[in-house]
Write a protein that binds this ligand. Structure first.
Ligand SMILES: [Zn+2]
Length: 201
C-alpha cells in the first residue's frame, strides 16, 4: 500500500510521520517531506471523519464510497458524496458535488481560500476541477493506484503546465478511508458471486 505525503507549503513543526511502510515508501514526489511534514492536522482529521460519514452514505446508495467536504475559515461550506450511480451522472463525484456547493454558498467560483478534504485521491476529472476552482489545499485519505491524479498515477495539481499549485496532503486517515472502500468491494464481490442476480431497478 502506498503511503506517502506530498507537502507543498506546510510549515508545521510536527514530527508525526505516520506508519510509512519501510518496504514500499513509494516514489518521492517533488520537494516533499522534510521534518515538518505530517499527514494532516487535527482539523483535517475532523473534516475527514465527516467525509467518511458521507462516503458511507454513498455505499448505502450503491455507489463507490467516496465523501468530500470543503472547508472555509474552519467551517464546512460544501459537502458531497459520490452519486454517480444514484443519479446516473458520470460527473457526480463527491469532490465535484462538494466544490459546487461551496462555490454556490460562497458566491464565487474561486475556492483559493478553501481546503478540499476527500476520502480517496481525486481522479483526473476531479483533480482538474480542483485546479479550475483554484482550491488552495487538497487533503485526501486513501491513495488510488489505478486512477489517482494527485501523485499516484498522475499529478495534475502539480503539473508544471498548470500555473496554480495547491498544497496536497495525502494519506490522512488512510487506513479508515481504505477500509470503507475495501468493505464495499468485498461486499459487492460477495453479491456478484451469489446465485440470485440483483433485481434491476
Ligand atoms: Zn473524481
Amino acid at each position: 500500500m502506498l503511503q506517502r505525503e506530498i507537502m507543498r507549503s506546510q510549515t508545521g513543526s510536527g514530527s508525526d510521520t505516520h506508519s510509512a511502510s519501510d518496504s514500499d515508501p513509494g516514489p518521492v514526489l517533488g520537494p516533499a517531506s522534510g521534518p515538518g511534514s505530517e499527514p494532516g492536522s487535527e482539523p483535517d482529521s475532523t473534516a475527514m471523519r465527516r467525509a467518511l460519514g458521507l462516503a458511507e452514505r454513498s455505499a448505502r446508495n450503491g455507489d463507490v464510497p467516496v465523501g468530500a467536504v470543503v472547508i472555509y475559515e474552519g467551517e464546512i461550506v460544501g459537502e458531497g458524496l459520490n452519486r454517480r450511480d444514484a443519479d446516473a451522472d458520470p460527473f457526480a463525484h463527491a469532490e465535484v458535488v462538494a466544490m459546487r456547493e461551496a462555490a454556490e454558498r460562497l458566491g464565487t467560483w474561486n475556492l483559493q481560500e478553501c481546503t478540499l478534504v476527500v476520502t480517496m485521491e481525486p481522479c483526473p476529472m476531479c483533480a482538474g476541477a480542483v485546479v479550475m476552482a483554484h482550491v488552495g489545499r487538497i487533503v485526501f485519505g486513501a491513495w488510488d493506484a489505478k486512477l489517482g491524479a494527485c501523485g499516484s498515477v498522475w499529478d495534475i495539481p502539480r503539473d508544471p503546465h498548470v500555473g496554480f499549485v495547491p498544497e496536497v496532503v495525502g494519506g490522512v486517515m488512510e487506513e479508515e478511508c481504505s477500509a470503507v472502500l475495501r468493505a464495499f468491494f468485498e461486499q459487492k464481490r460477495g453479491r456478484d458471486a451469489g446465485s440470485a442476480p440483483e433485481p434491476a431497478r
